[in-house]
Design a protein around this ligand. Sequence first.
Ligand SMILES: [Ca+2]
Ligand SMILES: [Ca+2]
Ligand SMILES: [Ca+2]
Ligand SMILES: [Ca+2]
Length: 519
Amino acid sequence: MQFFGRIGLLSIAISIGSFAANAEVGTSYPKHRGDSPLSYDAIDIPGGDFNVTDYRPYTLDEYMYYDSYAYQIDVAIPNNRYVGDLAEAVANGALSENVRIFIPAYDVDANTVPTGDCDWDGVADTLYPEHNEVYLNGELLGVLDGDDGLWKFNSEFVVPIEKLRFPTHPGDTAINRVQVAIDVKNKNAVLSSGRVGCRVWATSIDWIGIKFDAADSFLFMTGLGGSTDSFENSGYPEYLRRELGINSKIVGHNTANGTLGCSNGELQSVRAHAENFILEAKKQAQLIGSADFHAIGHSMGGLDGRMALNMLTAGKYTAQVGTMDGQPISHELTIKSLLSHGSPHEGTVVADYFGTRGVSEVVADICDLETQTWELANQFLVSGGTPIATIGADADSNGDLYVDINEVEGNQIPAEFKGVDTLQHANFLYRLIYENESVEWGTELATVHGIPMLVPVVVYEPSTPNPNDTMVSVRSANGVPNAVSETSLQGKNHGTILDTESQSQALHIGKSTLGWGAK
Ligand SMILES: [Ca+2]
Ligand SMILES: [Ca+2]
Ligand SMILES: [Ca+2]
Ligand SMILES: [Ca+2]
């Protein structure tokens, strides 16, 4: 028996993996300027949770004595890393309790007691070692350490995170002010003549860095139809915020329509969703000042997520996450993990069935959910080592091969719709998946007007029992090659696979295998 649909599958290997053409330059930030032997990128890449200033004419990289100004160094350092509620984030471990401030300083004569007659009156004055005070947002943190003629990497300034200013809304920028007052003690020294101030010491500062650690936030990927409703009504984002202190963003999309056509195996609509997702992820990265995310996909969203991982493996995608001394900082967009809820990783016979009825020609999304598409896609779709965890479910909680009114509660196909009893439809789909491996157009030899010829017929390939959530089988939902975790829930349908019980399972999986909440 031959299957018409398989011809198109050859194209999948070509279309997957052809994204390198979209490659952008990777992480970029201003180059270090200055004389200290240690650049800031020895600490971390600037941007996100590392705010740096390196280039300020007449301020940084200048050998400076005290003068009439209160502070010889006075810099405003932007912080655009949005972490939501600060206290909530710290309490849940999503944000470090402390901030560390780095200041490489040259020629801080902290250990030399000078002698001299600064006011020329013949009487030796009481003078002091170099005492350079460091302030954050007007509050004294301590003094710079160092020695004569040497660069000293000052990294001892550790302050509670509450002292640092954070943006209160995504897209906002907070300003933190770091000030250094040079040779304060000699500036205020009372000399033998009664005069005040003796110009003794000078110092030079190369750059100032403010470092904290924040956990990566979540991007929710919506299922078939792209509506954000399912996540918005699930309480899922709120649950993760309460439990982990981490904010999230729901990414929706349009339904890919028939203009994409249905060429089995090309994954045109999955790719269109993934491209849209990457675009939205870049926007979110710019708004929150971080290009690292964990992705959570429902239904088709999980497939879009795998395509996005494939695209990120094939080429670099970057997002501007902030600025440093007025220059842009770009980070590589990184999806740290993917968790899918009820995603048909091996396709679904529901799509096959509708495919044989012409629906795939109208809705390209259906086309990309067919089983034969994923038979081959799973061989080519690589995730670049990103951990993927999957959750599937069997809606038939009592195993009587019938989904009753309770078992379809919260499902996309409810027991009743506008006064019509639709329970039979849910049961039709449950049995369709339960009993069949695939539904495809095939051919059979028939005699037409006395002439033997191949005629198209719909072929049901029977399956071993295939428990499912009325849309996706447990096996398909857990069908990602090399998943780090596979979970099968009992008594959850395609809608309730996002419910509170499922969410607490997800949280456990996310924390134990996907690095959720890690800073
Ligand atoms: Ca004197
Ligand atoms: Ca000095
Ligand atoms: Ca510098
Ligand atoms: Ca049942």
